[in-house]
Every structure is written in structure tokens, then in C-alpha cells.
Ligand binder design. Structure first.
Ligand SMILES: [Zn+2]
Length: 714
């Protein structure tokens, strides 16, 4: 049994809103379908147990899940009712071995639901998600099972377990208690009820927000109001309007965040203002899509759950198994970032005001002006045109001569492309990854191109986890959303895309170097505020001169990128970081404020609460609103980041500090790579994260390198 894998770039959205086109293979789900011929019933016989996509049909998932739930439940009951006295082997190791079928079908299902979905899979994911949650409750609130674990735990000093087994015992013991295993029967009933209500409200929030964002899209009656948008953007705005029944008008759909992409090019100030207001107030209109009553209740429920489980607030309960461990640690971390971020943002605001004054604008900078003037400054100061760079970043050259090359220079890895492994899309690639002694480490898939049946963003996950107990080696995939070139054309990507590739491959390395016995502790199954360390760390090598020179060559001529362009990339990286960091800090702060409310407190006004919270923490800059306002903060109300949004910044502190260790110790050498592999990348969740980091770095995480990297020290 294993916790559901969370793709590292964010939670895999199982409830996709976009309708797919095509690629619906397979027959209608047949009732009497023979399980024996279901491809999930047995481990795949392909190398590394790679799934055989030529044999998998949409109709195979539902019966495989059903059978998986059944066998998993039966296995858990057998373990719980074992007449033998509880031992590590017959209880904990047995739990780790259970649920093989469920693991197998869920791995492929997650991959396809995220990267290649269709209406059958979309419908199925709505059915499966609550069942997976209930399956988890049935295990963690199983009293007999918990008693066995408790008995073993009480005797742990006599058992002489190896270190990893000891960690597994600790892990399950904590997880059971966190889930409520120690509560009375009445309390368990109450908790299940609260869990149920919370799940229902989270789903409601998602639906309300989706509808609110759709209804809140900005509509312009004439094209003049949209001056500044490119022709392509105008065309798609006209198409979007037509699709929404507003033929002859222009429509700008709302993105998740407070700031909207069009705000950087819209010349008309009034339009900018109206677009911003549409974004800011999308879910606060007093109609049925107003999310405020939903989040008031969600906050209440979470506080009550925490109190039931013996904690002063939800954050205190939720952070126990994270690196930060307590709300106080998170708050003190955020407080260190606020002054330099805010100071930098104020300075940036001053610079933008100067531009406005120079152009005789005659107004004070407001949030809807920020990106427009920032873009103006960026262009004049750095003179950086994306189109000049792209010929130097051909996708597969970046992969093989950049991403793979860096892994070779640091860890001695080599890669061999193979075409015998089935994929679900023809433009995917598969590689065998070889360790420095030439032994096989695992299998790597990449699915890089944008499709309309793929979720946005980029992520990594495992199809097969590394585990010595199960005898499996990692099968890992990276998914991105790069623009697919026309047939026969090279795929030229931006520098941002290049960093994304290094990022996701950093997660992959964390998975490939996993060296664990137990799947629950293997590879990337680590705390949320630790999981982005390997990925963000790996981004640093994209700009390493030795690596950069090796991949950044003109795809036609093979010429290296001219020095002047390289310098422009370097310099522009620190631009606008005051704003960027402050808006994230404001969101992280709101998250913590909502989740440190004590039980029994009810919030009367979401807006007042929000205003007061930002004022209290000095994050109430009028020109820098939070990246997400409470009423549209999907991460914390529905996507599993409750009391966890800070994790992005926390991991950034870790990766910048870890990279500094390399800088101080000779940089990119195989000896240094081996040390990082031994102490961080291969360790999974086998040790306390703070100890792991301390042992590697020689001190506790230091925030200075992060401030320096963001250019906040001057
Ligand atoms: Zn990531």
C-alpha cells in the first residue's frame, strides 16, 4: 500500500474541465468482461514492468479498480485478523506488499488522466477519487490493524530493526494517529462526518470557482479597448467570445491568478482596471458561485478536526510530518522573507512610477498597471527577445546534450533511447537510464508536447516505484506542455521551458536514485516542503557554463549562443523579483492565517479577515495583491495545499543553500554529485528531513542564498 503519488509540480487535477477531442480508444465498458484478459491483472512482462499501452483500453480501468479495491480490502482484513501475534513482517511488511493490483492500475490511470484524458477517463476519475479516499479511511481507522501496529511500536526497542524498518514503523504509527486511530468510537464517527463534509465542500468550491471564473470573464465591446494585444491574441479573444454566445465581441477568460496575462500588454488603462476587477471579484458577487460561505465553513471544519485530534489548529496538525513541523517555524520563515521582499517591491514600484511620470501619465501606480510598466522596463533594460534565443534551444538537443549531459557530469549517468517500449502517443520518447557502473537504473518516458486533452503545467510521477521488497526498479515520466512544431520542423523552446525540463528531471533523479526497501518511503514520497529540493536544485545546472555551452547551440549552424545573449538571460533573471516574491508571500501568509484559526472561532467576514491578516504581517502593499485571494485560492481549499502553500518557498531556501555548498566545494564534479546522491537523492523518506539536510550542508537551512538568488540583497 502506498500513499497516492502527488505529481511534484502540483496535484494532478483529476477533474479536468476541458473536453478532449479524439483519442478515445477502446470499447464501451462491457459488463461480462473477462477479468482474466484484463491487462492490469498481472504484472507486465515488458522490461521494468512497463505498461503495455498497446493492450490497455479505457474499458479495462473500471473492472481493474473494482477488483483492486476488493483484493486490497481482503488483504488488509487478513493482516488485521491474523491469529498470529503481530510482528513487523506479518503486519508492516505485509501492508507494504498489499494492494499490488490497485497500485498498478492507479499508476497508469493517473498518467493517462493527467496527460492523455478522454470523456471515459474523466467520468471514471469522479467515481474513483471518493472511493480511493474511503479505502484510505477504511485502513487508517481499522482498529484491529492499529492495535497490531501499536503493539509492535511499544516493543520497538527489543526488535532490533534495521534503520529503514524502524522508520517505516514510525511512519505508520504516526500516520494512523494523525488519521484519528486513537479516537473513541464517537469521535471517529464525528471525524468521518467532518471528513465527508470537507470533501464535499472542497468539491463544491472547485465547481463554484470554475463557474465563477467562466461567468467573470472580461468582455470588450470594441477592439479599441484591447489595443496592445497581438493579432493572435485578438483573434482568439474574438473566437472565445463567439463560443460564449457573444459574437462580434472580444472575451478574455480569467486565469487562476490575481494578475492576468493580458495586463502586461493592454494599453488602455480603464480596460486594465476593469479586467483586474473582474479577476479580483470573480467569486465574491453574492450569487450562488460566491465561494465565501463555502470557505468560512471549510475553515471551521478544519479547526474542529484539529481540535478533535488534539491540536490547537489545523496547521499544527497538518505540519507534523513536514520538514517545518510547526506553524511557528513556517511563520518565522515567512517573517524573514517579508522585509527584503517588500522593500524590493517598493523600490520596483518607485521605478515604475518614474516611468509613468516621465510619460506624463498623471496617475498613481495601481496593481493593474504593474505588469504593463514592468514589461516596458524589461524591454528597454534587457533588450531580450525570446525569438532570438529559441534557435539555440531545440527540445531534444536540450534533453540529450543539456539535461542528460548534466546528469552525466554530476552522477555519471548515461542514456539510451529505445523504440521497443509502447507509448500512448507517437511523439513521446523512452530512454533506459544507466548508472555509472553501466547497470540499468530504470526507464524514463517524456511526453513534452501540449495537447488539448492534457492538464496544464508540468509534472513528474512514477509508473512503477523503486522497491527492494517488491523487486521493482523505477519507471518514471516527465510531462510538459511545450508547443508542438509543424511536421518536419524542429521543436524550438524558450529558456523558461529549458528550466522546466531541468526541474522535472530533478524530480526524476530523486526517483531513479531511490534505494529503499519499502515503497511507502521510496524516492519522491517525501514531505511537500522537501520534495521540490531535488527539482529546483537541478535547475541551477541549466546555466552552468560547461552545460550551457554543450546544449545551447544553433540548431541549423551548430554555432554556440553569442556571449551577449547569454548575458541578457543572466541579467534578466533577477528582474521584478520584489513583486514576484511578495505576491507569493501574501498568498502563503493568507493560507497560514486561515489554518491557524482556533476551533470554535467562526469567521464573520472573509474580506475583513483577509485585510486584517495582510495588515498584521505587513503584506498589505496596495500595488501588490496576493497571488491568490482567499475566495479563489484553489490550492488551499481543494487541492491539498492547506497550510502547505509555503512549501514552494521553503524548498527554494533548501535548493539555493544546497547549491551554495557546491559553489563552495568545487562545483560540478562527480565527487560532489555522488555526495548529494548519497545524502539526499537516494534517501527517500528514510530519515528526518532536517537531519538529512544538516548532514549534507553542515548547518541548518540558511535563507541568505535564496535572497541573493532573487536579487533581494540590494
Ligand atoms: Zn516540481
Amino acid at each position: 500500500m502506498k500513499k497516492l503519488t502527488i505529481p511534484a509540480m502540483g496535484i494532478l487535477m483529476l477533474f479536468l474541465s476541458a473536453c478532449n477531442s479524439g483519442s478515445e480508444k477502446g470499447k464501451a465498458p462491457g459488463k461480462a468482461q473477462d477479468l482474466a484478459s484484463n491487462p492490469f491483472m498481472h504484472a507486465s512482462t515488458l522490461p521494468f514492468q512497463a505498461p503495455d499501452f498497446t493492450k490497455i483500453n479505457d474499458s479495462d480501468f473500471a473492472p481493474a479498480f473494482e477488483e483492486g479495491f476488493k483484493t486490497d480490502s481482503a488483504e488488509i482484513e487478513t493482516i488485521a485478523n491474523n491469529p498470529e501475534p503481530p510482528t513487523f513482517e506479518n503486519t508492516l511488511a505485509a501492508i507494504e506488499k498489499s494492494g499490488e493490483l490497485l497500485r498498478r492500475v492507479n499508476g497508469v490511470f493517473n498518467m493517462l488522466s493527467g496527460a492523455n484524458t478522454d470523456s471515459v477517463l474523466q467520468k471514471l476519475s469522479e467515481d474513483i477519487a471518493p472511493k480511493l479516499a474511503a479505502q484510505r479511511d477504511a485502513i487508517y481507522l481499522n482498529n484491529k490493524l492499529y492495535k497490531r501496529i501499536e503493539t509492535i511500536y511499544q516493543k520497538k526497542d527489543e526488535l532490533h530493526l534495521d534503520k529503514e524498518s524502524e522508520r517505516l514503523l514510525e511512519y505508520y504509527h504516526t500516520e494512523f494517529i494523525r488519521a484519528g486511530a486513537n479516537l473513541s468510537t464517537d469521535e471517529k464517527t464525528r471525524l468521518k462526518k467532518l471528513n465527508e463534509e470537507e470533501a464535499g465542500l472542497s468539491a463544491k468550491f472547485t465547481n463554484q470557482l470554475l463557474a465563477a471564473a467562466k461567468a467573470g470573464a472580461f468582455v470588450a465591446d470594441n477592439a479599441d479597448a484591447l489595443k496592445g494585444l497581438s493579432e493572435g491574441a485578438l483573434n482568439s479573444a474574438a473566437q472565445d467570445a463567439e463560443a460564449a454566445g457573444e459574437k462580434g465581441k472580444w472575451l478574455l477568460p480569467l486565469q487562476n491568478t490575481t494578475q492576468q496575462p493580458a495586463l502586461q500588454s493592454l494599453e488602455d488603462r480603464d480596460t486594465r482596471h476593469r479586467l483586474f476587477e473582474a479577476s479580483w471579484n470573480r467569486a465574491e458577487k453574492g450569487d450562488k458561485n460566491d465561494t465565501r460561505p463555502t470557505i468560512e465553513r471549510l475553515a471551521e471544519i478544519r479547526a474542529e478536526k484539529a481540535s478533535l485530534l488534539g491540536f490547537p489548529n489545523f496547521a499544527a496538525w497538518n505540519l507534523q510530518d513536514q520538514m517545518a513541523k510547526t506553524p511557528e517555524a513556517v511563520q518565522s520563515f515567512l517573517r524573514k522573507l517579508v522585509p527584503p521582499a517588500v522593500a524590493k517591491a517598493r523600490k520596483e514600484a518607485g521605478n515604475l512610477q518614474e516611468v509613468i511620470n516621465k510619460e506624463k501619465g498623471g496617475f498613481q501606480l495601481e496593481p493593474w498597471d504593474w505588469n504593463y510598466y514592468a514589461e516596458e522596463v524589461r524591454k528597454t533594460r534587457y533588450d531580450l527577445d525570446e525569438n532570438q534565443l529559441k534557435p539555440f534551444f531545440e527540445l531534444y538537443n536540450v534533453l540529450e546534450n543539456g539535461v542528460f549531459y548534466a546528469a552525466n557530469q554530476l552522477y555519471g549517468l548515461t542514456f539510451k533511447r529505445r523504440t521497443d517500449i509502447p507509448v500512448y502517443q507517437d511523439d513521446m520518447r523512452v530512454y533506459t537510464v544507466y548508472d555509472k557502473d553501466s547497470s540499468e537504473l530504470g526507464l524514463f518516458y517524456c511526453d513534452y508536447f501540449k495537447r488539448d486533452n492534457k492538464s496544464g503545467g508540468a509534472w513528474m510521477s512514477n509508473l512503477v516505484d523503486q522497491s527492494k521488497l517488491l523487486g521493482t526498479k523505477p519507471v518514471i515520466y516527465n510531462v510538459c506542455n511545450f508547443t508542438k512544431p509543424a511536421a518536419g520542423e524542429p521543436a524550438l523552446i524558450s529558456y523558461d521551458d529549458v528550466t522546466t525540463m531541468f526541474h522535472e528531471f530533478g524530480h526524476a533523479l530523486h526517483g531513479f536514485f531511490a534505494d529503499q526497501t519499502y515503497p511507502s518511503l521510496s524516492g519522491t514520497s517525501v514531505a511537500r516542503d522537501f520534495v521540490e529540493l531535488p527539482s529546483q536544485f537541478n535547475e541551477h545546472w541549466a546555466m552552468e557554463p560547461k552545460v550551457f555551452q554543450h546544449y545551447a547551440v544553433n540548431y541549423k549552424t551548430g554555432e554556440p549562443m553569442p556571449r551577449i545573449l547569454v548575458d541578457k538571460i543572466r541579467k534578466s533573471q533577477k528582474f521584478n523579483q520584489g513583486y514576484a516574491l511578495t505576491e507569493i508571500l501574501a498568498a502563503a501568509d493568507l493560507d497560514m492565517e486561515w489554518h491557524t484559526i482556533p476551533a470554535g472561532d467562526s469567521i464573520k467576514s472573509v474580506d475583513n479577515f483577509e485585510t486584517e491578516a495582510l495588515k498584521r504581517t505587513n503584506l498589505d502593499l496596495p500595488q501588490v495583491p496576493p497571488r491568490y485571494r482567499s475566495s479563489y485560492f484553489l490550492h488551499i481549499w481543494a487541492n491539498g495545499y492547506a497550510a502547505g502553500y509555503y512549501a514552494y518557498l521553503w524548498s527554494e531556501m533548501l535548493d539555493d543553500d544546497a547549491y551554495n555548498w557546491f559553489r563552495e566545494n568545487g562545483g560540478m564534479t562527480q565527487a560532489n554529485g555522488q555526495r548529494f546522491r548519497d545524502m539526499i537523492l537516494s534517501r527517500g523518506n528514510t530519515e528526518d528531513y532536517n537531519k538529512m539536510f544538516y548532514d549534507f550542508r553542515g548547518h541548518k537551512p540558511d535563507i541568505q542564498p535564496m535572497l541573493e538568488d532573487r536579487g533581494l540583497l540590494n
